[in-house]
Design a binder for this molecule. Structure first.
Ligand SMILES: N[C@@H](CCC(=O)N[C@@H](CS)C(=O)NCC(=O)O)C(=O)O
Length: 260
């Protein structure tokens, strides 16, 4: 059985865009799994317990431990088959460990690099989204995560300006108006990337789903879950670019409407 480590919220449903990339991958492959919920301050200890290493380095030079992570245990023997973090590495592992399931990453080096570059770059191309979403996530963070999240994400975004808590980032009507305007431009650029394949299908590679689609899908489901399906904000996003994003997420429905 596979255990997927995820971060809880008070909404009681999966919400994290990064972890959704792995949920989509598991659901697409129809691989059964169970979820273990870990609040932010405990991620490092839980991963260390399972001998899962960091996925990067924090701004202060210390190791960065992150979710998603999976633990794959052979039910019959109890043998640990794998324990790893990072949604891209997990996708590569699942392609290899479950060869009878549909592949999600290409086999050629160039194709792999294209997927990795897209996965690594998307959030950097969506900077206005981070302030909007981090602000929106705060009220639904579990008690155990809230303090950590506020400090860590303020550090990510505004640390260099000496802002140490998300609550201290200015977020009035004018700031929001500018962020949303900039975000629309970001989605326009994303649309240009995806639109190369128009006519052959809606996905990043045209007619077949690849990991890049779960990167986009993770971002969209994060927004829809946190902003609210019936919110004015989600209505706006899903209508941009001729309604592409609402349709895109709807197209992934069978891979997120799965019991967890
Ligand atoms: N590239 C990584 C990114 C993972 C990531 O940054 N995850 C966040 C959760 S959304 C995390 O675990 N952060 C831990 C922290 O901020 O200390 C992946 O796709 O797996």
């Amino acid at each position: 059985m596979i255990t997927l480590f995820d971060i809880p919220s008070t909404l009681g449903v999966p919400w994290s865009s990064n972890v959704w990339k792995t949920r989509f991958t598991l659901n697409y492959k129809r691989i059964p799994y169970k979820t273990e919920w870990v609040v932010y301050p405990d991620i490092e200890a839980v991963l260390k317990k399972h001998n899962i290493g960091p996925t990067g380095t924090k701004g202060d030079g210390t190791p960065y431990y992150s979710l998603p992570a999976i633990l794959h245990v052979d039910d019959a023997t109890g043998e640990i088959k794998a324990a790893l973090a990072d949604s891209f590495h997990i996708a590569a592992y699942l392609d290899k460990a479950y060869p009878d399931t549909p592949r999600i990453l290409p086999e050629d080096e160039e194709g792999l690099q294209e997927q990795k570059a897209f996965a690594d770059g998307l959030l950097w191309d969506m900077m206005p989204l981070l302030t909007i979403m981090f602000k929106a996530v705060m009220p639904v963070m579990n008690e155990g995560s809230r303090e950590y999240f506020s400090k860590a994400r303020a550090m990510n975004l505004y640390g260099v300006y000496g802002v140490h808590r998300l609550e201290n980032i200015p977020y009035g009507e004018e700031e929001r108006r500018v962020l949303w305007k900039d975000l629309e431009v970001c989605f326009g650029k994303l649309e240009e990337k995806v639109a190369r394949t128009d006519g052959e299908g809606v996905w990043f590679k045209g007619d077949r789903i690849t990991f890049a689609d779960f990167v986009i899908g993770g971002l969209l489901i994060w927004m829809r879950t946190i902003l609210g399906e019936n919110s004015e904000e989600w209505g706006r996003v899903s209508a941009w670019n001729g309604g592409r994003w609402g349709r895109f997420l709807e197209g992934l429905k069978e891979y997120y409407d799965t019991a967890v």
